[in-house]
Design a protein around this ligand. Sequence first.
Ligand code: 5AD
Ligand code: SF4
Length: 463
Amino acid sequence: MTTIELPVLQPEPANEHTSTNDGGHAVYVETYGCQMNLNDTEIVQAIMARHGFRLADSIAEADVVLLNTCAVRDNAERKIHERLKHLRSWRKRKPQMVVGVLGCMAERLRRSLLGEQDLVDLVVGPDEYRRLPDLVERAFAGEQGIAVKLSRVETYDDITPIRTQGISAWISIMRGCDKFCTFCVVPFTRGRERSRPLESIVREAAQLWDDGFREVTLLGQNVNSYRDPDGQGDFADLLAAVAEAVPRMRIRYTTSHPYDMSDKLIETMAAYANICPYIHLPVQSGSDRILQLMNRHYTVAQYLERIEKIRSTIPRCALSTDIIVGFCTETDEDHRKTLELMETVRYDGAYMFKYSPRENTKAWKMGDDVPEEVKAQRLEEVIQLQQQISWEINQTEIGKTFEVLVEGPSKRDPAQWQGRTDTNKVVIFPHLGTDQSYIVGDYVQVRIERATSATLFGTVVAG
Ligand code: 5AD
Ligand code: SF4
């Protein structure tokens, strides 16, 4: 058996440095990747603001540019290298500008990123953000900085993220992942699993309601492994506690691992009207052989049994998934089983990816033997099938009326509103459907009139 080399772990949280930025330098953070990264950016902004930095809206205004990066697939990393190339021209115009790479790619590539494109001054991993103000100050003095230790305890529990996103907020409830799916770099870039105290999460949700937020998403790489470090509570207990503390807040969560999707959690979801009937349950593959190679800890039959339990307990529940095509040794037959599973479950939506080998993972050593054209063809097939299924499901919504939380103007047509159903479907509707007016954060009843595979369109029938 091959052993996996773990990154250096640190027993204590990094000490918070106390430097302040009296000059009021402006910092701009650009975010790539998952929702966890979006929330991390809000934490970074809070840390920087606490130390006297101003938040800039663009690179043009910024003295410090930080890229919060993703390493989950090679194309995510390629995008960052391209971005750094582009940022070089800014360095010519603003020689004093400090550039930092944060997040998973910083953790993975470490020192090799320093100086890339004659540009990168700082490399800071996901558990070292408290050191950023100090490292930035030193970078202004010409010193390069690297901080990539992973922690067993850091959760940034005491830091209130600076949120700029309308009425929906993310609450990070845990960090890291102990699952070690063989394809995934996350356990190496984000370290071991650790949870925030239940009480502190409930308090944050209550504060968010008072601040005008109407939807929270509890975030973690594998939320089902949540354990209250100060008590006995598991993720179902946390969900129930949040649902009770903010009874009119919409509560969502992501991401679940099918192996840990307990009856208790499903029953808790069913018991509270404000926990949204929507579950993102990544399956990755429809072939037992591939699932085993991926170290996913379930078979297709076990996965389908969980789906059955969800559907019988929460009949309205919408489901989405993640699928990887072209994992090592995947045959046409394995691929066919994935398509078959998709037809059996009939997901409302899916995120679909070509397998991308990541150094240090177990799968890296298994090789990458599915040719690129085959991966592309299989990806096309799963996308086509999912689009067809999503379209068919959405057609059945026509004529129904949904409670929609108004989120803001539609991106495509600002003359219309955009909102979502509790099942996470995007709904577009004209500004005035009745003589009542409504604003962002309101709930309205929208009758669906037409639908594409991605969007529902309707009219407000009651405010
Ligand atoms: N290649 C392709 N997709 C991956 N994912 C994670 N690692 C890889 C990889 N090496 C996908 C999985 C996961 C989602 C967040 O990203 O489907 O659920
Ligand atoms: Fe990666 Fe698997 Fe952990 Fe998800 S559960 S972050 S895919 S190792």
